[in-house]
Ligand binder design. Structure first.
Ligand code: HEC
Length: 138
């Protein structure tokens, strides 16, 4: 699995400036890599589909969602009262150091500092977001 992700990352990096068809392939690769990374780093606690059991809040439509707003989930006070919106920048900060970003959260620390890995997971989460968040800026 790790080798597969490394290979995908290498392809992604070497594809820097490319024509449209390659850009499309690059997006597909990012999403696939993000799906694998999500499966290994996040899926044991998070469903991406609100119809499935999830220990943490389901992450369907999370990009652009107000933090702590999933109705049936019992959030920490810290998260519920944070008043933030899950922009891509906020999600990056969260993946990098969720407990530093939001002291008092009950999500166990995950420390995903690699920007490429963050990119991949974000690309995947965007595919799980069906609402139109174009009005949200970072
Ligand atoms: C060990 C379990 C666990 C893992 C692993 C985990 N989370 Fe969480 N996550 C939680 C819990 C519990 C909460 C609720 C935190 C709170 O209420 O303070 C949460 C909350 C969140 C939220 C806030 C959602 C909302 O509705 O406001 C996001 C975004 C999130 N996690 C993303 C991730 C991502 C991305 C990963 C993988 C990189 C991940 N989490 C890995 C348990 C986990």
């Amino acid at each position: 699995m790790t080798h597969r992700i490394a290979a995908l990352a290498l392809v992604a990096v070497t594809m820097g400036t490319t024509p449209a068809f390659a850009q499309e392939a690059f997006e597909t690769i990012k999403i696939e890599a993000g799906k694998a990374l999500f499966a290994s780093q996040c899926a044991r606690c998070h469903a991406v589909d609100a119809n499935h059991e999830s220990y943490g809040p389901p992450l369907e439509n999370v990009v652009g969602r107000a933090a702590g707003s999933y109705r049936d989930y019992d959030y920490s006070i810290a998260l519920e009262a944070s008043g933030i919106v899950w922009t891509e920048a906020a999600l990056r900060a969260w993946m990098e150091d969720n407990q530093g970003f939001m002291p008092g959260t009950k999500m166990r620390h995950v420390g995903i500092e690699d920007r490429t890995v963050q990119d991949f997971i974000l690309a995947y989460l965007v595919t799980k977001t069906t609402q139109d968040n174009s009005a949200i800026s970072e």
